[in-house]
Design a protein around this ligand. Structure first.
Ligand code: ADP
Length: 267
């Protein structure tokens, strides 16, 4: 059985209830290729209509443990969108200037404009994840952020941006395999930092911080989707399906043509 991706708002999310290795009824990558390509074509078509309509925006938020596949998702699924109307923002450690502002300052500046698809590779959620795990700000401060994030997201939704928040759920074992493969494989070694091993030591703390972020910021207007991500091909398929579904629901339309065009001939 395919496990659900969402949980009702208000219900406690426990990650152990979600199998990161789930692949629905699909057995291998070959079985996903045709559907993935078809979905990417659909995304392209709907993204084009969203751009032409120029009224609303779509924001995809990608979060997950290190090696969960944020970059891979962008490479394999977001290629469906036209680069002209798509912006990717990767949120790293805040700069000195960013630290001089509230944590949502840099997020607000990166929100997609009308007609566009924005992709956040990491996001404002880092401010209740890494910041919490490493005590980068006092607890009294990060505790207030869940509600502030909800207000911020509500405001974005009311302003015409649909949010798709995806948690890429991998197992600790799969992370070990991926880190080891980065070490062993010459073409992947550039991705490896010694810090990755230190961060892995905090696995349980991160899982707890994720459970709180997923629970406290799982709202009807901006729900979290928990995507099984141990199998990259299934992850890509699930996300392509989800984006198709959401864009179809948004149903962007070409704007009406200017009046008086009927019968005009170009000389
Ligand atoms: P990635 O792992 O996303 O491919 P990097 O290796 O450059 O890219 O890592 C980005 C780092 O920035 C991560 O360790 C992440 O936790 C950190 N980071 C992102 N946002 C914040 C934040 N608000 N405060 C502190 N650290 C952050």
């Amino acid at each position: 059985m395919t496990q659900p991706l969402t949980v009702s708002p208000g219900k406690k999310i426990r990650l152990k209830d979600f199998d990161p290795g789930d692949t629905g009824k699909i057995k291998n990558k070959a079985q996903t290729r045709a559907e993935l390509e078809k979905n990417l074509e659909t995304l392209n078509e709907l993204g084009y209509r969203l751009y032409a309509e120029n009224r609303r925006a779509l924001l995809l938020v990608l979060q997950g443990m290190d090696t969960a596949g944020k970059d891979g998702t962008i490479r394999h699924v977001m290629r469906g969108f036209n680069p002209q109307s798509c912006q990717i923002t990767s949120f790293k450690q805040p700069s000195l200037e960013e630290l001089d502002h509230d944590f949502l300052w840099r997020i607000g500046r990166a929100m997609p404009r009308r007609g566009n698809v924005g992709i956040f590779n990491r996001s404002h959620y880092e401010d209740v994840l890494v910041v919490r795990v490493h005590n980068l700000v006092p607890k009294q401060e990060w505790k207030t952020r869940y509600q502030r994030i909800n207000f911020f997201e509500k405001n974005a939704v009311d302003g015409g941006t649909t949010l798709v928040k995806i948690f890429l759920h991998i197992s600790k074992d799969e992370q070990r395999r991926r880190l080891q493969s980065r070490l062993d494989n010459k073409t992947k070694r550039w991705k490896f930092r010694k810090d990755d091993l230190a961060e892995r030591e905090y696995w349980n703390d991160y899982q707890r911080a994720y459970e709180d972020a997923l629970t406290l910021c799982n709202t009807a207007y901006a729900p979290w989707y928990i995507v099984p991500a141990d199998k990259k091909w299934y992850r890509n398929l699930v996300i392509s399906r989800l984006l198709c579904k959401i864009l179809k629901q948004m149903n962007p339309r070409f704007p009406p043509a200017e009046k008086g065009l009927k019968g005009l001939k170009v000389k």
